[in-house]
Design a binder for this molecule. Structure first.
Ligand code: BES
Ligand code: ZN
Length: 458
């Protein structure tokens, strides 16, 4: 029996155990955005570290000014490439809680899926690599190449601590590798796996509009005093026009245009607009004119408001001019835009567009550039084989619109290639209520990962 046959059999027999490991990690509410969960961040890091130890790896907890980084490595294998798995143990806030059918931190099986915050993003996907390494260690006794892990706890808020760690002199040596392997994205569709060769970047801001020193009677003062809620709505709306073009001067200056070969390849992908709308519960789509839906989602910059608050939000009505209004918004960036250059442009735009009677305050929350890797690398061929075996279909090459803010920096620092192998599905509900991960995809992901190590080594 070949190594891979032995591993396949072992994985079949140990599926239930792998699922239990995932469930125990999902029970820890590691919400990085909310300081109230700081203790749970440490517990989640410990839980990841235990899983890595159980997989036979040498593990090191790297303390930071935020949640710890979990580093691990298997024994070096001379003459073979080195793979570095990157993933994150933090999750997005679970609200709105009332929309969850079962509580977000009580992982529950339903219709072949496992429901919990973090199931697909990213605990479930990240663990596929831990479990595959464990299978090699337990069944064969050693790995066909050296695998390292860097699992962080701040991806969902911009990876500030990992970014700081990468600047330390020891990071480059410790993380040295030929290829970074990341499972924190998706398949193209159910039954159609994908390898992702590009992600968008992000620049995220919060803005405050301050008006009168306190809320005022809108009858006595309305019409004479600038209302921060009116002013902020107008400001936010002015950032984009009806054709989906962002109105901040200079915003498109460094945008790398889509290549015709990509547009042609994506046009051939099976994409049903009606099905897409039905899945989202919308009756029409909008976006930048001149681009298809896939192009708008994967490779064009965007602007979205994520939250806004001001004035009276309780029952009934209250007639005030609120003293204050605020919003959170971000831009998805494409190669070669940088968050730093966008920040300068946004600051200028805010300064030039703050109306009379309003004091504005812009806060830069986080950012990360987009990334595009070589879709024709030998690593992609190795991964294609592994994915095809596990998922039963050869993967298609796609880009995706989400961001993993640290990837570009890691690729640059380590001079490594990058494989984005997503096991999730579009309807997994990343960042939404009732997030899930298909349990069969969890097992397929583990198998694909186990085969990947072999193919990368040969
Ligand atoms: N798993 C996602 C990234 C992703 C989403 C990749 C969809 C491909 C498709 C990741 O955990 C994430 O959500 N990242 C944040 C980063 C941000 C908060 C800095 C994102 O994209 O919003
Ligand atoms: Zn996420």
């Amino acid at each position: 029996m070949s190594d891979l046959q032995a591993i396949d059999r072992y994985l079949q027999e140990t599926q239930a155990q792998s699922l239990e490991t995932l469930k125990s990690l999902l029970r820890i509410p590691s919400v990085s955005a909310d300081p109230a969960y700081a203790g749970d961040m440490t517990r989640a890091a410990d839980s990841v570290a235990s899983a890595l130890k159980a997989a036979g790896l040498e593990v090191e907890m790297i303390e930071t000014d935020g949640p710890p980084l979990v580093y691990a490595q298997s024994a070096p294998v001379p003459g073979k490439p080195v793979a570095l798995v990157y993933g994150h143990y933090d999750v997005q806030p679970p609200d709105p809680l009332e929309l969850w059918e079962t509580p977000p931190f009580e992982p529950t099986e339903r219709n072949g899926n496992l429901y919990a915050r973090g199931a697909t993003d990213d605990k479930g996907q990240m663990l596929t690599h831990v479990e595959s390494v464990s299978a090699w260690a337990k069944q064969i006794g050693e790995l066909p190449l050296q695998v390292k892990f860097m699992i962080e706890g701040e991806e969902e808020m911009g990876s500030e601590q990992l970014d700081a760690y990468l600047k330390k002199p020891e990071a480059k040596e410790k993380l040295a590798c030929d290829v970074i392997v990341i499972s924190d994205s998706g398949q193209y569709s159910k039954g159609q796996p994908a390898i992702t060769y590009g992600l968008r970047g992000i620049a995220y801001f919060e803005i405050h509009f301050h008006g009168p020193k306190q809320d005022l009677h809108s009858g006595s003062f309305g019409g004479a005093v600038n209302n921060p809620a009116n002013a902020l709505s107008k400001f936010l709306a002015s950032i984009i026009d009806d054709d989906g073009i962002i109105q901040i001067p200079g915003f498109y200056d460094s945008v790398k245009p889509l290549e015709q070969v990509e547009r042609d390849a994506w046009a051939k992908l099976d994409f049903n607009e009606q099905q897409f709308m039905d899945g989202l519960g919308v009756e029409g789509l909008t976006g930048e004119s001149g681009y298809s839906t896939l192009e708008r989602r994967w490779a064009r910059p965007t602007y979205d408001v994520h939250g806004l608050w001001s004035g009276y939000q309780g029952e009934g009505s209250k007639t005030i001019v609120p003293a204050h209004a605020a919003a959170k918004f971000s831009f998805r960036l494409v190669p070669n835009q940088t968050p730093a250059e966008i920040k300068v442009l946004v600051e200028k735009f805010v300064a030039n567009n703050t109306p009379t009677g309003i004091r504005s305050e812009l806060v830069d929350l986080h950012g990360g550039p987009g990334v595009v890797v070589d879709p024709n690398s030998p690593f992609v061929s190795a991964a294609s084989k592994a994915v095809e075996t596990a998922f039963g279909n050869p993967p298609v090459l796609i880009r995706e619109g989400g961001s993993i803010p640290i990837v570009a920096d890691m690729v640059d620092l380590l001079g490594a290639d990058c494989l984005l192998l997503g096991w999730g599905l579009e309807d997994d509900g990343m960042h939404s209520p009732n997030e899930k991960f298909n349990i069969a995809d969890f097992y397929r992901g583990i198998r694909a990962s186990a085969h990947l190590w072999q193919h990368l080594a040969s």
